[in-house]
Design a protein around this ligand. Structure first.
Ligand code: MG
Ligand code: ZN
Length: 284
């Protein structure tokens, strides 16, 4: 009998869990947009954000000011319930993001979903002796990836490591940006990629969809993120929908129950009936 598998759901952060770019949000909220725009052509994004933190500190802005700015980031009202449902179903949730650990943890704690995630892979940061937030690159040395990944982080490398440590698990990856293309290419036939429609990762995937081995399901906003994610989970583990006795089930399921339709599945929109969604939501 095949070993039990688990569903691992990997989320990008900016414009996926939250509905904006957290770097831009903090810079704008703290009134440093012009400086940011003037420095943008001169250095890589990750170095620029570290520079911006030092500039804001020099202007008297504190870590608490940054934390406060992060508590007002826009989120779609269905994303937090989607995350809570996936977690309650027993999925292993992780974040892979080119933001930074302080921004991500602050927002997830504010949204009261930090405990839903087992790992956060992102740019590390620390508060220095002067009380300034410093942001460092995720990849301390060049990653040499040929895909369009920023110099400080190859998300595909993170997914490769996860796939090699958890090979029996089924992966679902959600993202919107250019940096989410590389991990999409690493996924296997049995995995699922959920690109945000009409965003950069969608454009890249749409150009040559045959390069993506995973099944592709697009979403446009938080409501479709919820529908598409829960639909995908229920396709991997149909038992979630079959159980009628309200017993909380685990996302552990047998590999042989996973649908492995061969061949390329065209980019498609999935629709989950309200009845199905409410049956999945009862796990919260
Ligand atoms: Mg993003
Ligand atoms: Zn890469």
């Amino acid at each position: 009998m095949a070993a039990p598998s688990k569903i691992v759901v990997v989320f990008d952060f900016d414009k996926t869990i939250i509905d904006c770019d957290s770097d831009n949000w903090v810079v704008d909220e703290l009134g440093a947009t012009d400086l940011f725009n003037s420095l943008l052509p001169t250095m890589p994004w990750n170095s620029l954000m570290d520079t911006m933190m030092r500039e804001l500190h020099a202007q008297g802005k504190t870590v608490e000011d940054i934390r406060k700015a992060l508590t007002s980031v826009p989120t779609h009202p269905r994303v937090v319930p989607a995350i809570k449902t996936a977690h309650a179903l027993g999925c292993d949730l992780k974040v892979v993001s080119d933001a930074n650990l302080f921004f991500i943890e602050t927002v997830l704690e504010y949204l009261r979903i930090r405990d839903c995630f087992s790992d956060i892979y992102t740019n590390p940061c620390f508060v220095d002796g002067q009380g300034c937030l410093r942001i460092q690159p995720f990849n301390s040395s060049p990653h040499a990836c040929a895909n369009p990944c920023p110099p400080n982080m190859c998300k595909g490398g993170v997914i490769e490591k996860l796939l090699s440590t958890l090979p029996e698990n089924i992966f679902i990856y959600l993202g919107d940006g250019v940096g989410d293309y590389c991990p999409s290419l690493k996924l296997r036939e049995e995995d699922h990629v959920l690109p945000r429609k009409d965003f950069p990762v969608w454009d890249l995937i749409s150009k040559t969809p045959m390069l993506v081995k995973a099944k592709i399901h697009a979403w446009t906003d938080g409501q479709e993120l919820e529908q598409t994610l829960l639909q995908t989970i229920s396709e991997i583990c149909p038992s979630f929908l079959d159980d009628e006795d309200n017993q909380l089930m685990s996302a552990d399921c047998k590999l042989q129950t996973v649908s492995t339709s061969a061949g390329y599945e065209p980019l498609r929109r999935t629709a989950l009936s309200p009845c199905t969604i409410s049956r999945l939501r009862r796990f919260i």
